[in-house]
Design a protein around this ligand. Structure first.
Ligand code: GLU
Length: 292
């Protein structure tokens, strides 16, 4: 039996124009698949119906094609799969590992301020667990009154159920999961039946991704993703969190700071081969077998 081939993916959110950091990330996944005779997938992470825009999605296709990347069709668009995320939530609910959270951001901030301090997670202070302590009757009363709610993972219960977990981080070895790192994280937002964490975990499993490559800013999120994989009985991919590209001042490239977009480089007549070479990849247009 031959070894299963590597399946990589690039999973951008269409909330702005791609910049060189995205190009590096996409090329990393693409080149690994190419070099290993594997498969490269593109996934559009558009669960946020307000911030995601069709013109940014189209620009992703245009920019990546210009860079010389090819991907399998059809592209998976997360906004078309809410039913699947709902199912996964149902499984976590059956295991009694999620609870409704009715708190607003302001209420959470006020509670943390009143407590004087809160443990810090990678994205700021951890949720103080207010709604975890609601009685079943109070939960029901609030639900029935139509109050919007998110679903949070009861992380301590989830960690008990999953036991000790690790993942393989290419270049670094095994990393032990710290389930408490993010506290009781939101697993479904108030407006949609999922969150980044749930959607990405479900999709990597459904799409058979065997190696997740992405920026090292997302390494902390892998603690949750690995926990969700264990709870949902999903296969476990390997991970490679790569360094983030920085500007001349050492600041990480970011859409929101107006990092120079691939579209503007393209408009200025930049050569994609040069961009690939500048990012450390082969300048030659990648040879990709076509189905034609
Ligand atoms: N959609 C995420 C982003 O654009 C990346 C998700 C991932 O690679 O896991 O930052």
């Amino acid at each position: 039996m031959s070894a299963p081939s590597t399946v990589t993916r690039f999973a951008p959110s269409p909330t702005g124009r791609l910049h060189l950091g995205h190009a590096f990330s996409a090329l990393t996944a693409f080149e690994i698949a190419r070099e290993t005779g594997g498969r490269f997938l593109l996934r559009i992470e558009d669960i946020d119906r307000v911030r995601c825009k069709p013109e940014f999605e189209q620009a992703i296709y245009d920019d990546l094609a210009w860079l010389g990347l090819r991907w399998e069709e059809p592209v998976r668009r997360q906004s078309e799969h809410f039913e699947i995320y709902r199912k996964a939530l149902g499984r976590l609910d059956k295991l009694e590992l999620v609870y409704p959270c009715f708190c607003s951001r302001a209420e959470i901030a006020a509670e943390i301020a009143a407590a004087g301090a809160a443990p810090q997670g990678p994205d700021g202070p951890l949720y103080p667990g207010t709604c975890r302590h609601l009685s079943p009757a109070e939960r029901e009363r609030r639900r029935a009154s139509g109050l919007p709610f998110a679903l949070r993972l009861d992380t301590a219960a989830a960690a008990d159920r999953a036991g000790r977990l690790r993942w393989t981080e290419q270049g670094r070895g095994e990393i032990e999961v710290d389930p408490a790192l993010h506290g009781d994280v939101v697993i479904a937002r108030k407006d949609i039946p999922t969150s980044y964490h749930l959607a990405v975990t479900v999709d990597d499993a459904i799409q058979g991704v065997t190696l997740v490559t992405r920026g090292e800013d997302l390494l902390p999120a892998t603690h949750i993703h690995r926990l969700l994989q264990a709870l949902l009985g999903f296969p476990v991919p390997a991970y490679r969190h790569h360094k983030l590209l920085t500007d001349a001042g050492g600041k990480r490239l970011a859409k929101r700071d107006g990092a120079e977009s691939l579209a503007s480089l393209r408009a200025q007549g930049a050569d994609p081969a040069e961009i690939r070479a500048r990012l450390g990849f082969s300048a030659a247009a990648p040879a990709v077998p076509t189905l034609a």
